[in-house]
Ligand binder design. Structure first.
Ligand code: 4AD
Ligand code: MG
Length: 417
């Protein structure tokens, strides 16, 4: 006797014969009912609705016609939970339509193979991330998400009431990962929630996302960070490709594993952009259009989906990025399939230089006392990077919106589910 439990994904009635398809994960099992053999059970099927959860006890019979080559002839059917009809979303629809309605009913949407596959790949990607950092001597850390301020210029803070005082949701673990370097740990990383009060409704912005952040002591330059992150991407991409074959097949993705991360300076890049009629000033940041063009350039020039852009101007970077000369920082972004997925830099660890940088950003050094203090009792030269997990997964899987790679996304309009 077999016992099968799962969701009813299909009910087909042919007068004297009916089939129920029970879905459990990716497994589908056919239950075959013949009226004249068991009329009572046959009538139960008439009351069943799609997506109900049932338990079937019966005999397994080899059958060429049934999916997986066998069917279950039931002796008992128990309805564990009857589903309401109609369903709030059509489970057969393509994953890229009716987005809002899908997210409103995310727990039903997640029953689709394609949607489920995204999160199984994401889960394995996180496992590969943890393995990589663990095998390379990194300390796993968890830092506060309720904070008194932030250091990422441009990224706005969510204000919260903290027992009558103003507090904020953390926009980056930046200060804390650097504090761990000041504490004498050479390599630290965190996978944690990052909050950004950016009122932008784009396909790349979430107000709450998962950041993968790391910080390394005693680096010679930002290139030490790039070289670690190159190994990281080779490892994580190879790992998911190898361990999520079925999921990639369901999504129709033939994942390209990087063999290296090509680099280009901002000045070189802006010249190439100019050739494509995209004109940016030396002090300009890359806008979404230029990031898109970066990927075309990288595909043509380096046969790569990745591009590391070096030497961002200080004018578009936070105060703590180290400068190598006037308005040129030792910082970089990683662009993957046309979108920024990471920002990294060597940090300015010399207190006096840092104070000047703070002042030149128009910030009062007193407001950053806690940061200056952290550098004041012995601080190794150091640097790090912050990666956006949701964006990496969305771009890897060619999803139209970063929110597709987030279970329960948050944007300026959405607070539920
Ligand atoms: O570029 P960001 O703001 O850099 C930092 O937070 C620095 N502390 C990192 C460092 O160590 N220097 O954020 C890092 C990454 C971005 O490249 C992007 O992938 C992701 O986080 N990210 C977002 N993802 C989704 N929605 C948003 N609103 C995001 N903002 C940043
Ligand atoms: Mg950035």
């Amino acid at each position: 006797m077999e016992k099968i439990k799962g969701f009813v994904s299909e009910i087909r009635n042919f007068g004297n014969l009916s089939f129920i398809i029970i879905r459990n994960g990716y497994n589908n099992v056919q239950v075959t009912l013949i009226k004249k053999e068991n009329e009572e059970l046959f009538n139960i099927v008439k009351t069943l609705t799609k997506e109900s959860v049932i338990e079937v006890i019966g005999e397994k019979k080899i059958s060429n016609q049934a999916m997986n080559g066998f069917e279950i002839i039931p002796t008992e059917i128990n309805i564990l939970s009857l589903s309401k009809t109609p369903l709030p979303i059509d489970l057969s629809e393509s994953i890229n339509t009716g987005f809002d309605n899908r997210i409103n009913n995310r727990f039903v949407d997640l029953r689709k193979e394609k949607v489920r596959s995204i999160f199984e790949i994401r889960s394995k990607f996180v496992k590969a991330t943890v393995d990589f950092f663990d095998n390379n001597g990194f300390l796993n850390i968890n830092t506060p998400k309720i904070v008194s301020g932030g250091v990422e210029s441009g990224a706005e803070l969510f204000k919260i009431d903290y027992f009558g005082r103003n507090a904020y949701l953390s926009q980056s673990p930046q200060v804390y990962k650097e504090m761990m370097i000041a504490a004498g740990f050479n390599k630290v990383y965190e996978i944690g929630t990052v909050f950004r009060a950016e009122k932008s409704n784009t396909t790349r912005h979430l107000t709450e996302f998962t950041g993968i952040d790391l910080e390394i002591a005693f680096i010679e330059s930002e290139h030490d960070i790039i070289s670690i992150i190159e190994k990281y991407f080779i490892h994580t991409f190879s790992y998911v490709k190898e361990n999520c074959k079925k999921q990639f097949e369901i999504l129709g993705i033939d994942l390209k594993v990087p063999t290296s991360l090509p680099v280009i300076t901002m000045t070189e890049l802006k010249l190439l952009l100019k050739e494509r009629n995209k004109f940016l000033l030396p002090e300009d940041d890359l806008d979404p259009e230029s990031e898109k063009m970066c990927s075309e350039i990288s595909k043509e020039k380096f046969n790569s989906d990745f591009l590391v852009v070096l030497e961002y101007p200080f004018s578009v970077r936070p105060f703590y990025h180290m400068c190598k000369k006037e308005n040129v920082t030792k910082s970089f972004d990683i662009i993957y399939n046309g979108v920024e997925i990471a920002t990294g830099a060597q940090r300015e660890h010399r207190v006096e230089v840092l104070k000047n940088q703070i002042i030149s950003k128009g910030i009062n050094p007193i407001d950053l006392n806690y940061y200056i203090n952290m550098l004041s009792y012995g601080m190794p030269p150091h640097g790090g990077i912050g990666l956006g997990l949701d964006r990496i997964i969305a771009l890897m899987l060619n999803l139209k919106n970063t929110k597709e790679a987030t279970l329960f996304p948050r944007d300026p309009e959405r607070l539920t589910p």
